[in-house]
Design a protein around this ligand. Structure first.
Ligand SMILES: Cc1cc2nc3c(=O)[nH]c(=O)nc-3n(C[C@H](O)[C@H](O)[C@H](O)COP(=O)(O)O)c2cc1C
Length: 191
């Protein structure tokens, strides 16, 4: 049984606002791929738009440019090894989904492969074509067209990070395969 439920697009930016390391999924023709990315952020409110840095040398970049779309999946702490593995190998000569036994679901709007098992949330994004930016920079812009999250950790537009959902706590890369988990949520009080 899936615990995923749709996230209103107006709340989608909150899924990556705190800087989790993400899994970028892509597909074009008969090829599909997945890689890790530490650099992503919201950039526009309405419609929700995000930026993500995808090195031009990656296979992911090739698939995104050819298909005009990409997925962002937000792995929980249980997927740290998988995240590091798909960020340390290229899908150019290998189907990482098969290699690492990842069974994706199909995105509702763009049909992208998305990971739910072990992930806290996902977003489907349509690439915003920016010829100059694409040529000059590794940064890609995308408009979020669908989003969903595991209700055990994100509901009604907000994260609820506590001891009951540790496997879904988002991960944040420090370099060289070391991560910290988002945990210890605190609530600001009026002064
Ligand atoms: C934790 C982690 C974070 C990463 N963050 C990024 C990133 O933000 N941008 C990027 O271009 N590559 C990043 N990488 C490297 C890519 O995931 C790596 O180059 C990958 O092998 C590309 O796969 P592909 O050729 O199958 O697309 C990261 C790797 C790791 C392990």
């Amino acid at each position: 049984m899936t615990h995923f439920q749709p996230v209103a697009l107006e709340h989608a930016s909150r899924l990556i606002n705190h800087g989790p390391t993400v899994l970028v999924t892509s597909a074009h023709g008969s090829r599909r791929n997945i890689m890790a990315a530490a650099w992503s952020m919201p950039v526009e409110f309405t419609p929700p738009r995000i930026a993500i840095v995808i090195d031009k040398s990656t296979f992911t970049r090739e698939l995104i440019m050819n298909s005009g779309m990409f997925g962002i999946c937000i792995p929980g702490a249980a997927l740290i090894d998988l995240c590091y593995a798909v960020g340390s190998t290229s899908g150019r000569d290998l189907d990482k989904f098969a290699r690492y036994r990842i069974d994706p679901v199909k995105g509702p709007v763009l049909g992208l492969p998305l990971v739910e098992a072990g992930c806290a949330a996902w977003l489907e994004c349509r690439l915003i074509r920016e010829p100059h930016t694409e040529e000059a920079y590794d940064t890609c812009f995308g408009e979020v067209v669908a989003a969903a999250a595991d209700r055990r950790i994100f509901e009604n537009g907000y994260w609820q990070v506590d001891d009951s959902n540790q496997a879904l706590h988002t991960i944040h890369h420090l370099g060289a395969g070391k991560f910290v988990r988002a945990s210890g949520m605190v609530q600001a009080k009026p002064l």
